[in-house]
Design a protein around this ligand. Sequence first.
Ligand code: A3P
Length: 326
Amino acid sequence: GEEEEEEKYEKQREMIRTLPKGRGWLTKEIILYQGCWLPLNWGLEGALFVQNHFKARPTDIFLAAFPKCGTTWLRALMFATINRSQYDFSTHPLLNSGPHSCFPFLDLYFSNSSSIAANLDALPLPRLFATHMPYSLLSKSVTSCGCKFVYIWRDPKDVLVSKWHFLNQIKSKDLPQLSLPEAFELFCEGVSEYGPFWDHVLGYWKASQESPNNILLLKYEGMKREPAVYLKTLAEFMGVPFSPEEEEEEEGVVEKIVELCSFKNLSNLEVNKIGVEHFSDELVIENHNFFRKGQIGDFKNYLTREMAEHLDSITMKKFSGTGLIF
Ligand code: A3P
């Protein structure tokens, strides 16, 4: 009952107090839990919720990513693709609501709210969820139930720059801003929300090697260069391929979705210029923060050559033998 729940929650708090703490980029501190640095109020409590309460279904499709790798873009693409027969492009819901309201961000469901698990049960199928959690934190009941994961990742140099901008931008004015050299140091050490970056990618990469039908790895850079090609792969993976027979391809549905979800289109919509996403009471973010430049290689404008080379050398070492290096 409720008391039992409360007791469990208190035990959890106790456990959390014993975990290593590090400097947070957004909040004062982040917590090292099972090899991953997480903020307390989403992240860690979200991970515990998923581990303790969440029941995945074989039809569920997860969008997983390290923060700032392209979640906003993929959310829009996945939503538009799955629901393409329901909506007209001229009145599409993405024109009036921010991409983050399309489907839930799992990490925000806290460990003490089993009623939320019931709400999630009521979502239409297939359920779509976004998460920043590393693969290793997902319980066996989730990873082995047959559900699918779309994982997007990106050049860590651009991830660092994007993350540094974003978190400083949305940070409470009461907390000091993180300087770029500090952010760089911390990022290299793996100390940032959901870090280390490399372990995050490797976790999903390994899983994709083992079950390629359940995990699709996408790279931001590749998708920027050939969005239509990637979108077709994505649709096929999600079980809703574009059909030449029904003339979807001929009608240009692929291109229409690519266009609808493009940086240029989304970032210029009223809802994304002045709208706000209410993730939780503590996490309210103005949509425009999710759209900065949307380019490949913006790190060149911020990192010194030495910094860039150092990050590359870490990437080379960590990703050697994987085929992930570009
Ligand atoms: P930059 O900061 O480099 O511009 P996330 O969505 O995971 O938070 O990642 C945010 C990054 O994706 C930001 O990168 C943002 O500008 C970019 N982005 C957002 N929407 C995009 C879109 N529709 N197409 C391409 N990039 C997009």
